[in-house]
Write a protein that binds this ligand. Sequence first.
Ligand code: 5GP
Length: 194
Amino acid sequence: MKALEQRIQEDGRVIEPDILKVDSFLNHQIDPVLMQEMGKEFARLFANQGVTKILTVEASGIAPAVMAGLALDVPVVFARKSKSRILSDDAFTADVYSFTKQTSNAIRIDKRFLSADDHVLLIDDFLANGQALLGLKEIADQAGATIVGAGIVIEKSFQPGRQNAIDAGLENIHSLARIAVFEDGQVKFVNEEA
Ligand code: 5GP
């Protein structure tokens, strides 16, 4: 998505060899106009696929997920994070290793908000190693829900997340921006001419 790529070029900062900071429009301050455009793009990509619900993880997945939910006219459920995995009859849970924080978190979704009748679209802000996506998949699987696909705002294609997700059986993964490499602090996109 051109507008997103442009914004990454203008405002994104490569802060570590493999981490992009986009806190001026996505992860801290939020640009609602760009976010809404992204929601519409997700809706276009996953139109006519029977999506009944969107799943994401707090906190940074919520904004794009809500905009996609608005455009697709379906509810959005965000998995809550907690330090430990407390097994409960009331919730579906999974463990997720955080790429940026390098700690493990449990994520949970109340059973009232997900069922075997659901056709879910998974949404997240970044795809790095795929752990967040795999955690959401595990939760959807526990519910017996059908996964329609996954929508990612920024995919770092030089990391194994997409392949890990495919290996786990996820199909129909669409990323609005795909980063091929960080080169001297600059972002190069997958479809960019060499
Ligand atoms: P994964 O679970 O795919 O390994 O990592 C995805 C999660 O880690 C995202 O939900 C995001 O919060 C965080 N993350 C991974 N890479 C980056 C990055 O380069 N920048 C930022 N801001 N967050 C990232």
